[in-house]
Ligand binder design. Sequence first.
Ligand SMILES: [Zn+2]
Length: 310
Amino acid sequence: MSHPAIPPLIDRHTHLEGSLDPVWVRAEAERRGSTVPRSLLGLWEGAAAPFDGFIEAFLFGAALLDSRSAVREAALAAARRTRDAGGAGFDLWVSPHFLVVHRAQITLDDFWLGLEEGLAEASSWGLASCVVLDAVNHFGPKHGHSVLNLVLPELPPFVKGFSTGGLEGSPFREWVPVFDRARAAGLRIAAHAGENGPGANVREAVLEGGVARIVHGLRADEATFALLAERGIPVDVCPSSNGALASDVSPHPLPRMLSAGVRCALGTDDPGVIPCNLTTEAAAAQAMGLTDDDLATLRRHGAEDAWCLS
Ligand SMILES: [Zn+2]
């Protein structure tokens, strides 16, 4: 009698800039004579943070990504964390426009080369990976076009998707021309929605923005969960990150999302800033009352809808 194979365990949502190992960050800060901000120290110790405190902590790590070797190290930190938790791959969100244009701290060539080296090494460990471009929602669609202007002329083959992140400050319907352009270049479309903005953003992202994948979706209502389930839209859920950055959303809606048939899967989001891994995220899901069958469903969705495996 044969048993169905256990699907590979995938970290469905992790950011390059938020993946750096705290030990490496401390050493780099010391080498550069800079001070790790209190916001980051607090998050490392498990404190909740307002979104702007999180952004400060996130940006401190991002500022260290100013060389090919540092970008490689960040990709390897994501890979090590995945591997050490028994994972087989990860979908990695990256923000090249922020580092290359906004901060002008690294060239695009060095950014891609560092990433390519890190992901190639991860592959040699047996890990699947792919990259999703992250544009800043609150900078608006003009910024989205700037991201595409930067990367589309020579898009590396490991880039599979385009997403919005940051504060949910501009309506998704206004992003449609950006999403259309990214789609025409062969990219899939995702959006952080219903995380720091209202649940209605999730509905708008799907119905008006046409996005194929939602990150978080926490604040959506039951009707929107039904819509996500009906359309089979994958949702990346990151319990530790949500606990720190969206602590007002309690209890966490993951059990209700799964009951509604939403294709949820687990991710770590910014595990170098808000310490976690795939093991802690599964434990957090279990602590919400999910059964072993529910956890198996999360894992199956995690693999079936992963962009790094398709
Ligand atoms: Zn994220």
